[in-house]
Design a protein around this ligand. Structure first.
Ligand SMILES: CC(C)(COP(=O)(O)OP(=O)(O)OC[C@H]1O[C@@H](n2cnc3c(N)ncnc32)[C@H](O)[C@@H]1OP(=O)(O)O)[C@@H](O)C(=O)NCCC(=O)NCCS
Length: 136
């Protein structure tokens, strides 16, 4: 499997965010208010953008959002590679905390990366979320 991870623009993330995460919502729903302040990373599989993640930094606290892999490429380890990359980058840049609003059905995935569930939970768009974090 030949892949590379590189920085992409917010605009490049939008089609995958929409198709994978919120296909039933209007396209603009997937845009984040401060998207242009984020670090957007894409995993290219044979030059096809296949998995994306967006990182927003506030001081030494890094939040990742809008993590998605094209449906036909899911379950091949791409998302795990991308998440590992983000964790490595966070450590290299002296971040102290990495956190996300996790869809409840993805808790197991984040636990594999030693992220811990907090007691902060909420529901958005009919989906249950829990804040998960990793002290670095
Ligand atoms: C979450 C997501 C980004 C993971 O990306 P991915 O490229 O499938 O990740 P991986 O292949 O590394 O799989 C990670 C884990 O996800 C699970 N998984 C996700 N999709 C799967 C699929 N279609 N088939 C099998 N396992 C799947 C597996 O439990 C896997 O764990 P494993 O390594 O023990 O098998 C992807 O499933 C996705 O886009 N989901 C829809 C959007 C979403 O829920 N985003 C996260 C919001 S918190």
């Amino acid at each position: 499997m030949k892949f590379r991870i590189s920085e992409i623009t917010a605009e490049e993330t939008w089609p995958i965010r929409h198709k994978v995460m919120w296909p039933d919502m209007p396209f603009d729903f997937v845009k984040v208010e401060n998207d242009h302040e984020g670090l957007h990373l894409g995993l290219f599989l044979d030059d096809k953008l296949s998995s994306i993640i967006s990182v927003f930094k506030i001081g030494s606290s890094w939040q990742f959002r809008k993590f998605a892999t094209l449906e036909e490429e899911q379950g091949k380890g791409l998302g795990s590679q991308l998440l590992k990359y983000v964790i490595d980058q966070a450590k290299l840049n002296d971040a102290e905390l990495l956190w996300c609003n996790a869809r409840k059905d993805k808790i197991g995935l984040y636990q594999k990366f030693k992220m811990m569930e907090t007691d902060k939970t909420y529901v958005k768009g009919g989906i249950e979320f829990v804040v998960m974090e990793l002290e670095l």
